[in-house]
Ligand binder design. Structure first.
Ligand SMILES: *Cc1c(COP(=O)(O)O)cnc(C)c1O
Length: 395
């Protein structure tokens, strides 16, 4: 029986490979950082969300160690059974204070947070409006919710307003869901305009700050804070600029109370380790004080955008650390990623279904810890590939 299954599954894998879409993760054998050891090669890492370089900060390692010694590693249950530790409550208070909301609720991952929010707040009486380029976790939350879902063209507030005019009255609740910074395009959502249209049509605004938190806004408090916009619901991840893992939803006390009761990805999942909560507390202090690192990572990204554009590459977006270099087909993208790797640059090729057909790309993401020389090396390799597109990038 198993053989029959495996044969069928191998056909699936071969079909993926035939379309250039088979994925194989490279293996990292070093601590995370600006330079990493991947598959036996020392390479510059341009494919990390650890924007500020905190994932291997000694204070975070100490906090995790201290937390594990003091409170143990496991929680033994979900938050509502026996898994709520005072450190969870402390971290929730701290994160609420950080983004400037009444309360916050910790989740194991951003994926779980997004699915939890959308399914807990909406049902068949409701309607969700979702940006076309939203993260997969928001898309899956929409799919799992029983609400009517309308996907609006990326960043198109007029199209959204038209949908609201047509749809709002026949539904109990309307919720607008958007990434703050779009993870594959590196552009920002028009939050002020979205806020205005949400208010006008009595809809709630749900902003996923995964790639903005720690990087944008005063002291890294996110894009909403940078633009002075107050969404009803904010999600932030702790596995990116915070260098740890986990996520939170921030908003009013009523919001977090409903999520505590009804978000299934919160209720039916083992609580994160209290040691992790210790590390998140320390990470929040580090992030708050990291203006210097924010300046460096944004400066590197601006320089990469400018220089790669002037080399003739198509580089959309702006104002964030995510620098997408459009390459077209999945095959061309993977060939480019391979040649970059041979030249000592680890930047990820992104293909469908992560991005739309025809928009495959190399996603170049600098870290605050890269030196100016290292960024120059990246630019030089891209220049070399431009000059000799068919040959190896090795000098
Ligand atoms: C990474 C990411 C998530 C998921 O967060 P995890 O903590 O990694 O599960 C959600 N939304 C966006 C926009 C992301 O980039």
């Amino acid at each position: 029986m198993t053989h029959a299954m495996d044969d069928e599954l191998r056909d699936d894998l071969n079909a993926l490979a035939g379309r250039g879409l088979r994925r194989n993760a490279r293996t990292v054998a070093s601590a995370h950082g600006p330079t990493i050891r991947v598959d036996g090669h020392e390479v510059l890492s341009l494919s990390s969300n650890d924007y500020l370089g905190f994932s291997r900060h000694p204070d975070l390692a100490d906090a995790l160690h201290r937390g594990a010694q003091a409170h143990g590693v496991g929680t033994g249950g979900s938050r509502l059974i026996s898994g709520t530790h005072e450190k969870h409550l402390a971290v929730e208070q701290r994160l609420a204070r950080f983004v400037g909301t009444e309360d916050a609720l910790l989740f194991s991952t951003g994926y779980a947070a997004n699915v939890g929010v959308l399914t807990a707040l909406t049902d068949s009486r409701d309607v969700i409006f979702s940006d076309a380029l939203n993260h997969a976790s928001l898309i899956d939350g929409c799919r799992l919710s029983k609400a009517t879902v309308h996907v609006f063209p990326h960043g198109d507030v007029d199209a959204l307003a038209a949908l609201l005019r047509a749809q709002r009255k026949t539904h109990r609740r309307a919720l607008i869901a958007t990434d703050a910074v779009f993870s594959m395009d590196g552009d920002c959502a028009p939050l002020a305009a979205l806020r205005a249209v949400a208010t006008e049509h009595d809809a709630w605004l749900f902003v996923d700050e995964a790639h903005a938190l720690g990087v944008l806004g005063p002291e890294g408090r996110g894009l909403s804070r940078e633009l002075g916009v107050t969404p009803e619901i904010r999600m932030g991840t702790l596995g990116k600029a915070f260098g740890v893992s986990g996520a939170f939803v921030a908003g009013s006390r009523a919001l977090t109370e409903v999520l505590r009761n009804r978000a299934r990805s919160f209720v039916f999942s083992t609580a994160p380790s209290p040691a992790l909560a210790e590390a998140i507390l320390v990470a929040t202090d580090l992030v708050e004080a990291a203006d210097d690192r924010r300046g460096r990572v944004l400066g590197h990204a601006a320089r990469l955008r400018r220089e790669l554009s002037s080399l003739g590459y198509e580089v959309p977006g702006g104002g964030t650390p995510i620098v997408p270099v459009l390459t077209g087909t999945p095959e061309a993208t993977m060939a480019m990623a391979r040649r970059l790797f041979e030249a000592g640059i680890f930047a990820h090729g992104i293909r469908p279904p992560t991005v739309a057909k025809g928009t495959s790309r190399i996603r170049v993401v600098p870290m605050a810890l890269h030196t100016d020389d290292e960024i120059q090396r990246v630019i030089s390799v891209f220049a070399e590939l431009r000059r000799a597109p068919q040959q190896s990038a090795r000098p």
